[in-house]
Ligand binder design. Structure first.
Ligand code: NAG
Ligand code: NAG
Ligand code: NAG
Length: 186
């Protein structure tokens, strides 16, 4: 008589313990994650240097389709980048980060890129923090907008958008320079 309720309770206890340690999801408080005084809004401004050729090439075409060269939008080409981000538009301006990732030519009729990259910051309070960008970049347009889909470090829980404006196309250093204004909540 005394053994049955004991084993019953130990099974209950065990299943409680298991569900606690293997919980797939659980609600937590915003305070616990330091979210209460969060939702900072930050405007970042920098210049992106895409060296597609030359001695300091930072953008490499890693793949393309057999039909890419005949396509008006270079459809099917894929470029891997590790492009410097600087404070000013000059090539020797102070580096604040790098744009690491890829852009693919995703439009069959015109130059319309799929951008998939991380901004990896190396400066000041942002050193070591990243922002993740995913969006369409119709490069011949004056202003293009891409989504900031997340971040790490000081940019945890980030969301926002980036606006890109081309400053120069394929200059003597083999680079295109693009001005970025990024607005991010984090
Ligand atoms: C950024 O962080 C790295 C690694 O922690 C460190 O070596 C570097 O000096 C830092 N740079 C700046 C500008 O604080
Ligand atoms: C938000 O801004 C405040 C004031 O500048 C700062 O103390 C805090 O660390 C920031 N929070 C995040 C997550 O960056
Ligand atoms: C490549 O980078 C080096 C070092 O920053 C610089 O001295 C050189 O002028 C650059 N070359 C070109 C073609 O921009």
């Amino acid at each position: 008589m005394s053994i049955i309720p004991l084993s019953f309770f130990s099974v209950l206890l065990l299943s409680f313990f298991i569900s606690q340690t293997h919980a797939f999801s659980k609600p937590i408080s915003k305070e616990e994650m330091g979210l209460k005084q969060q939702q900072n809004l930050t405007h970042l401004h920098f210049y992106f240097h895409d060296y597609v050729q030359g001695a300091n090439q930072t953008a490499l075409r890693i793949a393309q389709a057999p039909t890419t060269d005949k396509s008006p939008g270079a459809f099917g080409a894929l470029v891997m980048i590790d492009d410097p981000l600087t404070e000013g538009p000059e090539h020797d301006s102070k580096i604040v980060g790098y744009a690491q990732g890829m852009y693919g030519f995703a439009d069959q009729k015109q130059a319309g890129l799929l951008m998939v990259m991380n901004y990896v910051f190396v400066e000041g309070e942002y050193n070591g923090s990243t922002l993740s960008v995913l969006g369409r970049n119709q490069v011949m347009n004056k202003v293009r907008e891409m989504a900031i889909v997340g971040g790490s470090g000081v940019f945890r829980f980030a969301s926002g958008y980036a606006q890109a404006k081309t400053i120069s196309m394929l200059d003597s250093s083999g680079a295109s320079v693009v001005e970025y204004d990024v607005y991010v909540q984090h």
